[in-house]
Design a protein around this ligand. Sequence first.
Ligand code: CTP
Ligand code: MG
Length: 244
Amino acid sequence: MTHTASFAVIIPAAGSGSRFGGGDKLLVDLGGLTVLQRSVALFAHRPDVRHITLVTAPDRFEAYRSHLRSIVSPDKLHFVPGGRERWESVLNGLRSLSSLTPPPLFVGIHDAARPLTPPAIIDEAFRVTVERDAALPCLAEPATLKRMGENGCVAATIDRRGLYQAQTPQCFNVAKLLAGFEKLHAANQLADVTDDAQVFERNGWPVPISTGSPLNLKITTAADVELARAIVASSTSTDSSHAR
Ligand code: CTP
Ligand code: MG
């Protein structure tokens, strides 16, 4: 690691998992650890992360606290109530950061539903953020993209050149992101914001793109669980073959 800056990590975990179709998707088992345990573990022992703020419904605080006891030291883990939309959850988390000691200079915001982020993706996003105040891990879009017409048939093919999938952790200078959020909030311009980089974009601030990974998948539907389990199983067998 080439920097020693202090990061806080906000983990929005207050969603309802409506596309998942039943049960708490964050508590699904992936090879011995749940989605939530793995997402928190990505940051629990990094020397550059001083605080982890989990944003969720207050009635889950105690259950999640005990669920994460074996993953992260309790004095590093903070709980903040979620909001109706993802941006509200993130804003609640951001506003809480000023009460931490010491207040963090930088923040990484990582979906609780992304349990398998390769550490190199986090390393690069943090490094770019320290240099340039923001970083957005992105994956060049590999698919041929179609727009569907009203008749259920293809209406158009979208040129994929220059298109990227945004991933997390999205990382920022804390003071700048909070100022950008508060400005848009006061102007009622957050309603359709679905990721944090949009706050920088709408303020006219550059968002440097860092490397993303197809392994950095988000658990959205039940099919994603099968894929995530296969990735975990293959990395476990690779680890043990290295050990042999
Ligand atoms: N999230 C949040 N607060 C919200 C909505 C979402 O903290 N009001 C979090 C989710 O818990 C998740 C992350 O944002 O970790 C990404 O959201 P998504 O994958 O869309 O999860 P859900 O919103 O829970 O799922 P769905 O959209 O299918 O309801
Ligand atoms: Mg959602």
